[in-house]
Design a protein around this ligand. Structure first.
Ligand SMILES: [Zn+2]
Length: 192
């Protein structure tokens, strides 16, 4: 009986960790370091569903893209690199040789500066693979001051980057680096 219980417990644990991989939430920060909302990701059969909730933007359209590196350093967020483009395409949802995998439709902030949008990032995944947003260290989500025209190279002409959020493969990694490792632990392993 105890054995059966153990098996059930194992099964439940496996299901939980699997579900966690298919859902990720990215906290979004402006250039002053204030968190202004979230980007919630969930794995679907044909891509990733992207739910965006933000406040405090200028009313109107804003370029929105996935970038190469999970590093958001204010004030210009250039540390995030270019648009995420693992397939080597041209920029723009309207470009005949595009788009970059990380190209998303513009976000529209209402008169009160709020965004509440639901988009699809077609062909991308949170699981393993060439088009994974969690390849290597991860990626990032960036919002621009102005709209992406969907065509202009290399990035759509949306102007400065004003909001950034990091999607890290191992969010705990930084914490581990801070805690010193016990040197005796290493020696013991060596002796075995
Ligand atoms: Zn692009």
């Amino acid at each position: 009986m105890r054995f059966v219980f153990f098996i059930v417990l194992l099964f439940l644990t496996a299901c939980q960790s699997n579900a966690a991989e298919k859902m990720k939430t990215v906290d979004m920060y402006n250039v002053s370091g204030d968190m202004i909302g979230t980007v919630a990701l969930s794995e679907q059969a044909d891509g990733i569903q992207v739910k965006v909730k933000l406040e405090g933007l200028e009313p109107g359209f804003h370029g929105f893209h996935v970038h190469e590196y999970p590093i958001c350093e204010a004030p210009d967020f250039t540390t995030a690199g270019n648009h995420y483009n693992p397939e080597g395409k041209e920029h723009g949802l309207m470009h005949p040789e595009g788009p970059h995998l990380g190209d998303l439709p513009n976000l529209e902030a209402d008169a009160g500066g709020l965004v509440d949008a639901e988009l699809m990032l077609a062909g991308a995944t949170l699981m393993e693979g060439k088009n994974s947003l969690l390849k290597e260290d991860g990626t990032s989500f960036i919002i621009q001051e102005g709209p992406d025209d969907g065509l202009t190279q290399p990035g759509g002409g949306g102007g400065p980057r004003i909001v950034c959020g990091e999607l890290k493969t191992n969010p705990e990694e930084g914490k581990n680096e801070e805690s010193p490792t016990d040197p005796t632990e290493f020696n013991e392993d060596q002796e075995e």
